[in-house]
Ligand binder design. Sequence first.
Ligand SMILES: Cc1cc2nc3c(=O)[nH]c(=O)nc-3n(C[C@H](O)[C@H](O)[C@H](O)COP(=O)(O)O)c2cc1C
Length: 207
Amino acid sequence: MHFDPAVTMRPPPLKHNPYTALVMPRPIGWVSTIGKDGIVNLAPYSFFNAVAGDPPCVMFCANGRNRHDGGEKDSLRNVREVPEFVWNLCTYDLREEMNATSEHFPRGVDEMAKAGLAPAASTKVRPPRVARAKVALECVVYRIVDLPPTHDGASNNMVIGRVVCVHVADEAISDGKIDVLKLKPMARLGYFDYAVIDDFITLLRPD
Ligand SMILES: Cc1cc2nc3c(=O)[nH]c(=O)nc-3n(C[C@H](O)[C@H](O)[C@H](O)COP(=O)(O)O)c2cc1C
């Protein structure tokens, strides 16, 4: 089958929009930000990825409306006010907390505290990181890119950040390498489904 997404995203026999189940698995951008009022925000963004290694840069996309006032999502508003964010690695042990921080709380609610997570002060940026996250990247916003708006005129924005400090917990390192099996990172599949990384293969390059 094939279909034109400008016409429909639910052609039969698909019962739901399949898009997030097509490009998968996606890493979870668990992003902490802070507003100019000093209130911390934490939310998961699976339109997220590392986009450059030298210098290291990551991006997340805030899509559509804030359910409370129809404006931009709080993470986006915060980086417009304080252009810094922290990416926190979501591992299996943090899955419930990550999911809890996707709730559409009104602006002004500290979602890190609401999810029962302690903050740890960042080294170079104002937003704190999640203390229990075993990897965290402190970022300074490099650019906010306008993407085409949604069908009903809401904004889509890609926030690109340059990594200025990297945190890795000692326990995440085995034999001089990041131990993915110990970390058990979460990735987003489609619908309400997630992958947990508990296996991998190694392929050496041909040249
Ligand atoms: C795993 C997961 C991934 C998500 N990815 C995105 C995303 O890429 N873009 C987006 O706009 N919302 C995404 N959401 C929904 C946001 O987390 C949700 O709208 C949240 O309330 C936004 O918070 P904020 O307004 O505090 O920034 C995702 C939710 C979950 C559970």
